[in-house]
Design a protein around this ligand. Sequence first.
Ligand SMILES: [Zn+2]
Length: 420
Amino acid sequence: MTEKKSTPQEEELYPRAFIQSLPKSDLHVHLDGSLRLETLIELAKEQNLELPSYTVEGLKELVFKPSYANLGEYLYGFHFLTGVLQDPKSLERAAYEFAWDNINEGVCYVEPRFAPQLHINDKQTMEDVLTAVNHGLVQAKHERNNMSAVVDGSQPPFEYGIIACAMRHFEPTFSEYYRRLYEVHQHSNKKEIHAIASLELARGITKIRDQLGIPIVGFDLAGEEAGYPAEHHQAAFTHVHRHFLKKTVHAGEAFGPESIFQAITDIHADRIGHGYYLFDASAVQDPIITNRERYVQDLAAYIADRRITVEVCLTSNMQTNPRIKELRNHQFRLMRAHKISTTICTANRTVSNTTMTDELYKAANVFALGRRELKNIVIYGFKRSFFRGSYLEKREYVRQVIDHYERAEEEFFGNFEPKQ
Ligand SMILES: [Zn+2]
């Protein structure tokens, strides 16, 4: 792993080693977007799939770049990542390595998300896909939680919950499953086909969770926002809502505040992925809304009051919105000023070339978070998780995490406050 340095104008309030030592969560992380590049190369060779390069350096130069020109360029690499994950063995390996990459940098709670329908084909059903991913995760969890550091209580145990992503929009070329769906429903329009796919996924995952005991804890809506509103997926979200799955929705990533409003009102989002354009009154499009500033303030107040958590992905936002230019200009500043519940996440470890330690290090230092604020943000990541157990078990786990956090703080700072 390459060591990342802060830019000279940023004063380092919190050393990287301190951030690394903290117990961390990651509530917004795409499994496919986090596949190790070494594994991508190995799997592509085994499966005779073509890649633009067969070295890590070459792939970083051509596909998985440090910065991207636009969202399209950012998304380009996913085609290769999902391409090699079309059988149970590859999926299991990806999930296992993903879990260990997290554990190795102090992430003890993670909610990997992915779209099962991108992996369904002749060789594997939705059930096979989720079983394979769960096998990889559960194996890593057992290995980790049997290590002496966890057994003797010096590190918190590793836990996870899976989030299944429905797609706002897809084409027949996206996967074998989608191709067939378009074929079967050739007389339906796109909007109807998108809704059918989401409902099939919602029904499938609740059944798989209940019958196989796989910890699927959440449902997500991902993909292009413009022209593909959340309301098309209402039936699916109503189904998961009735089956006690939690809901998170990608909204306000590349579209205005109305997309966030729809996520909350039409499909009852418990958390918002990105929410970057929450405060952008100029992006409000509905002509009925005459006072756009007021609309944005009301929306922000509602989100803050209801404790709807925004999954903030700093690096990913910088990469998909190059016009932000400097991280200090990121809307995280305004979210904090409005006391919105936020949690820091990676989005894609490989595509964004980042880790939870990197993201938290940037958030803490660039935004000069106070010690209490940093702690609140980290702990909120656990409190607002879609933890699989009972509420009492969740509280017990969060309590353990807080104890570990305070120990890590004590070890690093003793009784001294970091410079402000
Ligand atoms: Zn995402």
